[in-house]
Design a binder for this molecule. Structure first.
Ligand code: IMP
Length: 493
């Protein structure tokens, strides 16, 4: 097959969609960066509608250079205009580091990057407040990424959090805004200092004036990127430019529709795209959900199809860092472990570790080990019902190559009753959920390098067809390897 088959197929398929939103279906880290950067070639503008520095999108440029971006959307790889919409929280030092990296990567002509004037602005107080709140949850922390996302969102809703564009109104104006925010927080900071929660040798709690001194030199370096991005996008849409709306995190981490309270605090579901970008909902009617064949979760909270346990998964990369590096030791580990898995004698922890090493399952933002779960049909039915996608991009199908078979979660039961299809248990019911498993056949052959869907082993094609039928959603894209173009397109039917 020609190397351009995928490009040709994608070009034809995406011609139907002037705009497209991309969102994760489960608990994040599903390959949105990879799928987004692949699709970015077919769009003029890539616009992020949610998230913050908590996101870590990993993708590759055409020359194979790896990029991990947190704030700037994946249009960078294809040198396309990038927009940070109002639904995204912005942190200045992180943004500057990413802008510098973008400049280095794209040489003299980096793509145009617009940041909405009214993006909520992270300042160090947010992360201090988050540390306090996590400590107050006594044994049940959310397990956040430490980026202060919850406090940025909450203080924005309380109408005291700062917006990035407010700095352009001058120091006096901005200082007043910081003081308004500081007054209710000061008692908490004082308690943190008095109780020793803050190590005063290493951490300072800056005053409003010290903060302004720190932030203005950073702001001066980004202010030319600020714009009313809703107006920019609206004009582009009117002139028939093509817009890819990039989400962050995933449905399971959405504040309203995820596994509350173990969620992030912005809108990860594609319903947030219109709000986060300031476009009318009718301009963004199409969504592509992304999920990996074995979902993962970091942080705390329900993970119904989890294979091992969270603690073991989180710390595995620290216990065996050498296994996460490419090389002989890793290959030997994988082969021995695969034999054990196929013998049916592997424990859940051993199986989970096999998938962790195979997929290098570590958070791009925190380096924490991601816990791995089985394919979860009831969860995907929920995500599909909630978001009405045009299709599901199923990443990392290659992770199942070599396995004889794999358990799949096909139902949730509470007190012996199946949960209604398309719904998930209530937050206080998760502990009583029993998962019902089936076993699906896998395939022995590697699928790496496959460029045509028809070249996949028949068992792999049957796996995909069966999944699409179970969740009632087409699966137009299937991941066959880690590279950006390691995907095959499955025509409908
Ligand atoms: P926060 O977004 O830092 O507040 O974290 C809330 C929860 O979302 C925690 O369980 C995090 O581990 C999880 N989370 C946040 N961002 C990501 C992501 O990009 N991928 C996976 N999990 C995430």
């Amino acid at each position: 097959m020609t190397p351009n088959l995928l490009t040709h197929q994608l070009g034809q398929w995406l011609a139907n969609y002037q705009t497209l939103s991309i969102a994760g279906a489960a608990f994040g880290d599903e390959g949105k960066g990879k799928v987004g950067s692949l699709l970015a070639g077919f769009y003029d503008i890539i616009a992020r509608f949610s998230g913050a520095g908590n996101a870590g999108h990993t993708y590759f440029t055409a020359k194979g250079r790896k990029i991990v971006s947190h704030l700037i959307p994946c249009g960078l790889a294809a040198n396309k205009m990038c927009v940070l919409g109002r639904g995204e929280q912005v942190r200045l030092d992180q943004l500057l580091a990413e802008l510098a990296e973008a400049k280095k990567m794209s040489g003299a002509q980096p793509p145009r990057i617009y940041i909405d004037l009214q993006c909520p602005l992270w300042i160090p107080w947010h992360s201090l407040l988050e540390a306090y709140l996590e400590a107050m949850r006594e044994g049940s922390p959310v397990g956040t990424t430490g980026q202060g996302v919850g406090p940025v969102a909450a203080l924005h809703r309380l109408r005291i959090g700062p917006l990035i564009g407010e700095m352009s109104a001058g120091r006096e104006y901005f200082l007043k805004r910081l003081e308004t925010m500081y007054r209710p927080l000061a008692p908490i900071f004082n308690e943190m200092l008095a109780s020793g929660m803050v190590d005063t040798d290493t951490t300072q709690i800056p005053t409003p004036s010290e903060l302004a001194d720190q932030l203005f030199p950073l702001f001066d370096q980004v202010k030319t990127c600020l714009a009313d991005t809703s107006a920019v996008l609206h004009n582009a849409f009117r002139l028939n430019y093509r817009i890819l709306a990039e989400g962050a995190q995933a449905v399971g981490l959405d504040l309203m529709w995820g596994t509350y309270p173990f969620v992030s605090s912005t809108m990860s579901s594609p319903a947030g795209a219109a709000l986060g970008l300031g476009l009318p909902p009718k301009a963004l009617p199409h969504t592509l959900l992304v999920t990996k064949v074995l979902p993962t979760r970091v942080g705390n909270g329900p993970f119904p199809s989890e294979i091992g346990n969270r603690e073991g998964a989180l710390t595995f990369p620290q216990s065996y860092p050498q296994l996460f590096q490419a090389g002989q030791e890793r290959d030997e580990f994988l082969q021995t472990r695969l034999n054990l898995v196929n013998s049916g004698k592997a424990t859940a922890a051993e199986l989970s570790q096999y998938f962790q090493v195979l997929g290098d399952e570590r958070g791009a933002t925190t380096g924490r080990g991601r816990s791995v779960g089985y394919l979860d049909i009831p969860w995907l039915r929920y995500a599909v019902r909630l978001t009405g996608p045009i299709g599901l991009a199923l990443t990392q199908l290659d992770r199942l190559s070599g396995l004889k078979q794999i358990p799949v979660v096909v139902d949730y039961k509470i007190n012996g009753q199946c949960v209604m299809p398309g719904t998930i248990p209530l937050p206080w019911q998760w502990e009583n959920v029993e998962v019902i498993m089936d076993t699906w056949e896998c395939w022995r052959q590697s699928i790496s390098g496959c460029q045509d869907y028809r070249d996949l082993p028949s068992a792999a094609r049957e796996f995909v067809t069966r999944l699409a039928a179970e969740i009632r959603c087409p699966i137009p894209l299937v991941g066959t390897g880690p590279g950006q173009a390691d995907m095959v397109f499955k025509p409908r039917g």
